[in-house]
Design a protein around this ligand. Structure first.
Ligand code: SF4
Length: 346
């Protein structure tokens, strides 16, 4: 019977040091290998050129490196890049590089498919297959950082967890990946440049506050009226706005970090004055910022971007109430890389 080899990147540095000691080598060898695995993102043991051939063979016999492979890369006219990423078990997720004049942002996936069922989202049409491992999240970031350097002559500056999946439903692995991304033994990025975007899982928002995380939080709100929100995000029936608000109040009390709301205005769904008034009311308990995001239809004819008059109304009323608001143009539409469009068409 073939013995299934363990993914070496599931080991902590300490475990790797112990492995070498138990096999008659120096613990220090574990540090060297750890550096190859994370800082240098080695795809194979062969790459580890300062490790002896004998040791590399021992590693080969004991472990695998389940590195992701970029299966297909698409480049948009506006510089956006979408990667279809193949995982070790041949499942595919997508991640996106979004360049602007001042920053390069990676939008990464946290799950294969999604267990939630937001009606406007292409990913929701895919069954949730599994959570991504920390190294699979980390690898997406490394791949985009490399592409950013290659095609845009600058390193990656920001990361958003807004790709496929609900990151707080894969909380532990997302946190482990962020630990690596921000650690000097990984990419050394500042946690302030990372945004975890959730559809709003109250229990997990409170846990994040208790855990003292340093990254930023964004909530895909889309409506501050329960009836409307439940019709477009059905899990709102289980976690209604009052429980979301309660969790966000808790988050703000502990972190003092402003809350960002992601918000799409759809024609005939949330484009009326009462929708804006409810949003203003919802935002009152803590300093808030609203990102109004341009929507990209997913061919179902139901969800259409509201007209510019409705967007102007939102901006006007939010500003009058001293709530920061930005209107975000969507990127990479021609390659289905825009918000809500990630659905493994490849
Ligand atoms: S919007 Fe996010 S949480 Fe909702 S179905 Fe899509 S991927 Fe899942």
């Amino acid at each position: 019977m073939e013995i299934k080899k363990k993914d070496i990147r599931a080991l902590t540095k300490e475990q790797l040091r112990n492995f070498f000691e138990e096999n008659g080598d120096k613990a220090f060898r574990g540090n060297q290998v750890y550096e190859w695995l994370w800082q240098k993102s080695a795809h194979s043991f062969e790459d580890m050129t300062n490790i002896s051939l004998k040791t590399r063979q021992m590693l080969e016999d004991s472990f695998v490196i389940n590195h992701i492979r970029v299966n297909q890369m698409q480049r948009s006219e506006d510089g956006t890049i979408k990667n279809a990423v193949r995982l070790h078990d041949d499942l595919i997720v997508e991640s996106v590089l979004i360049p602007t004049a001042t920053r390069t942002t990676a939008c990464v996936s946290s799950q294969v498919g999604c267990s939630l069922d937001c009606k406007f989202c292409a990913t929701a049409r895919l069954k949730r297959m599994r959570n991504l491992n920390p190294d699979e999240i980390y690898d997406q970031v490394v791949a985009i950082d490399n592409e950013s350097r290659l095609y845009h002559d600058r390193p990656l500056s920001n990361i958003v967890f807004m790709g496929m999946g609900e990151p707080l439903m894969n909380y532990n692995n997302v946190l482990k990946a962020i630990d690596k991304i921000t650690s000097d033994e990984g990419l050394g990025m500042s946690p302030k440049r990372i945004v975890v975007s959730t559809s709003g899982v109250p229990k997990m928002i409170k846990k994040m506050a208790d855990d003292g995380v340093k990254f930023k939080l964004a909530v895909s709100l889309h409506s501050a009226i329960d009836e409307v929100r439940t019709s477009i995000m059905p899990f709102n029936a289980t976690f209604p706005l009052a429980s979301l608000r309660d969790a966000l109040e808790y988050w703000y009390a502990k972190t003092k970090n402003r809350i960002t709301y992601e918000y799409v205005v759809w024609d005939g769904i949330n484009d009326k004055r009462k929708d804006v008034d409810a949003l203003v009311e919802f935002c009152k308990f803590a300093p808030s910022k609203v990102n109004l995001i341009e929507y990209n239809p997913i061919d179902d004819g139901i969800f259409q971007q509201a007209n510019s008059k409705a967007i102007d109304m939102y901006v006007d009323i939010l500003e009058k109430n001293n709530i920061t608001v930005t209107v975000r143009r969507s990127r990479g539409k021609d390659i289905d890389a825009a918000c809500g469009q990630l659905a493994n068409k490849t």
